[in-house]
Design a protein around this ligand. Structure first.
Ligand code: NAD
Length: 372
């Protein structure tokens, strides 16, 4: 197969769909890898690294799209890219079609087959191609929160770990899933006094068993959140109710009960945010002030650490990418029901029920798409 990887063109996107390591593996499996020149630069991989890996360099995205049997990307294809997709071509990337009727229409019109990273599943019910980005965002949250707490950045002027004789920062993490667990581990590692709140007792049992010495757990009742907010130097929002907007867990009125200069890091902003006063910000201007409380609400946090994020995503996508290239999408999806769950579009038809429901479009069952 010819596996093509164009440069990402969405604003502020520095990740790339294939690392040189992924290229090495695909070439070792007998495939041709075609990378657009400069595609990896944002993540610190120059053309020479891909050439060393055995890949070929294409001068333009048009060249990649014209020649490749499979296109591997990070972000959903932008309008100019969608025009270059064709019937029979396989697209493997994040799509997030449910809120995006324009993209859906274009993908259906292209006739391509599209497998979305975000709906591929694993046997424990997780989302293996979303998890690495949650790990990155979770680990980044205390780092950006610590920066926000510095006086010059509008914060309280509190050091995460304190110093001998001065207590550490108090950090409340709401939501103890992938983001919350990684955030809590890093905050605790920085020496902060960390409490994780969740509504799932099994999850809190797990966290207590594994991390009992490093951070505390509490049930995420309204009362507990209100009480801990008054004490907190930093609150990290990390909740998720799958398929729904994030619940608002701190109101504007509660901000006046908090310590002036406390930091709110709303990682759940990509689902609308879990604080009433959250609104999405960008890496260019990430923090704003509401009633003396500093808000960090960047919706694509992993972009700040494009190299780590690219490698983490590449590790997770690699086995699927190789299966798709080695066997073709039909056989790969027939052999792996979790990969089949990633199938969103095939030959002009939607094949993912939640997207069809959200957009009011009829859906062809993915099993039938395999037989088409
Ligand atoms: N901003 C970014 O760049 C970025 C990057 C990655 C993920 N995210 C977002 O971070 C959020 C968390 O993702 P995740 O992968 O950790 O999800 P997850 O499913 O692993 O964890 C979510 C947790 O929230 C808990 N929860 C649900 N409702 C709650 C409530 N009312 N109170 C307390 N806990 C509650 C669940 O029990 C679960 O443990 C999602 O919205 C995700 O989209 C954002």
């Amino acid at each position: 197969m010819i596996v093509g990887c164009p440069k990402e063109i969405k604003p502020q996107e520095f990740r790339v769909g294939m690392t040189p390591n992924a290229a090495t593996e695909a070439v070792a499996h007998g495939h041709t890898v075609l990378i657009e020149t400069g595609a990896g630069l944002g993540a610190g991989f120059d053309d020479a690294a891909y050439i060393d890996a055995g890949a070929k360099i294409a001068a333009t995205a048009a060249d990649v799209f014209a020649k490749a049997d499979m296109i591997v990307k990070v972000k959903e294809p932008q309008p100019a890219e969608r025009k270059m997709l064709r019937e029979g071509q396989l697209l493997f990337t994040y799509l997030h079609l449910a809120p995006d009727p324009e993209q859906t229409k274009d993908l259906l019109a292209s006739g391509c087959t599209a497998i979305a990273y975000e709906t591929v599943t694993d046997k424990s019910g997780g989302l293996p191609l979303l998890a690495p980005m949650s790990e990155v965002a979770g680990r980044l949250a205390p780092q950006v929160g610590a920066w926000t707490l510095q006086k010059a950045n509008g914060g309280r002027g509190v050091l995460m770990g304190g110093v001998p004789g001065v207590g550490p920062a108090k950090v409340m993490v709401i939501g103890g899933g992938v983001v919350g667990t990684h955030a809590a581990k890093i905050a605790a590692g920085m020496g902060a006094d960390v409490t994780v709140l969740d509504r799932s007792l099994p999850r809190m049992r797990y966290l207590d068993d594994v991390f009992g010495g490093q951070f505390k757990t509490q049930f995420a009742s309204t009362g507990n959140i209100a009480e801990l907010a008054m004490e907190a130097d930093m609150v990290i929002g990390a909740v998720l109710i799958p398929g729904a907007a994030a619940p608002k867990l701190l109101t504007r009125a509660q901000l006046s009960t908090m310590k002036p200069g406390a930091a709110l890091v709303d990682v759940a902003i990509d689902q609308g945010g879990c604080f009433e006063t959250s609104k999405a910000t960008t890496h260019a201007d990430p923090v704003y002030d509401v009633d003396g409380i500093m808000h960090y609400c960047v919706a694509n946090m992993p972009g700040a650490v494009a190299r780590t994020s690219t490698i983490a995503l590449g590790n997770a996508t690699m086995p699927f990418l190789l299966a798709l290239a080695d066997k073709g999408w039909k056989q790969a999806c027939e052999d792996d029901a979790h990969l089949l769950n990633g199938l969103n579009v095939h030959a002009g038809q939607l094949t993912y029920y939640a997207v069809g429901k959200a957009l009011g479009i009829d859906v062809l069952s993915p099993q039938l798409a395999l037989k088409s």
